[in-house]
Design a protein around this ligand. Structure first.
Ligand code: UDP
Length: 140
């Protein structure tokens, strides 16, 4: 299996409830390593651009407002099959459908405030990592 990198974001509902450590432990216990991590506040423009694929969706405005409602932790995870592995650990978008033991099943508040983001393909991971991190900030 290939060693991959993926972008993860701990969303404002989770930073607000001080869940960063608990969520990070799940990634590490699953064999994913942190190669970069920073706590930031997204600007409205950053959030709109990051989620621009959803610009026409009815939930877009609320999603952007949510993503700028508090700090987020952007992080790069590395490991075998990291993109798919991270998505497994996160669970389904809607916590009502997320498998038991996943981050979203255990921590998410709603389909919007669902605690974590994870890239959905290796191609998008490369784009999303470059959106937040310079190459020199990735320390493997
Ligand atoms: N989202 C929402 N309402 C919906 C679907 C999605 O607010 O009906 C939000 C939710 O925070 C989700 C994000 O939009 O994580 C991106 O949606 P996507 O379908 O890409 O899900 P993900 O890849 O995050 O599981």
């Amino acid at each position: 299996m290939a060693i991959e990198r993926t972008l993860s974001i701990i969303k404002p509902d989770a930073t607000r409830r001080s869940l960063t450590g608990k969520i990070n432990a799940r990634f590490e216990e699953a064999g994913l390593r942190f190669v970069a991590q920073k706590r930031i506040r997204l600007t409205k423009e950053q959030a709109e651009q990051f989620y621009s694929v959803h610009a026409e969706r009815s939930f877009f405005g609320e999603l952007v407002a949510f993503m700028i409602s508090g700090p987020v932790v952007v992080q790069v995870l590395e490991g075998e099959n990291a993109v798919a592995r991270n998505r497994e650990i996160m669970g389904a978008t809607n916590p009502a459908n997320a498998a038991p033991g996943t981050i979203r099943a255990d921590f998410a508040e709603s389909v919007e405030a669902n605690s974590v983001h994870g890239s959905d393909s290796a191609e998008n991971a490369a784009i999303e990592i470059a959106y937040f991190f310079a190459g020199t900030e990735l320390v493997g």
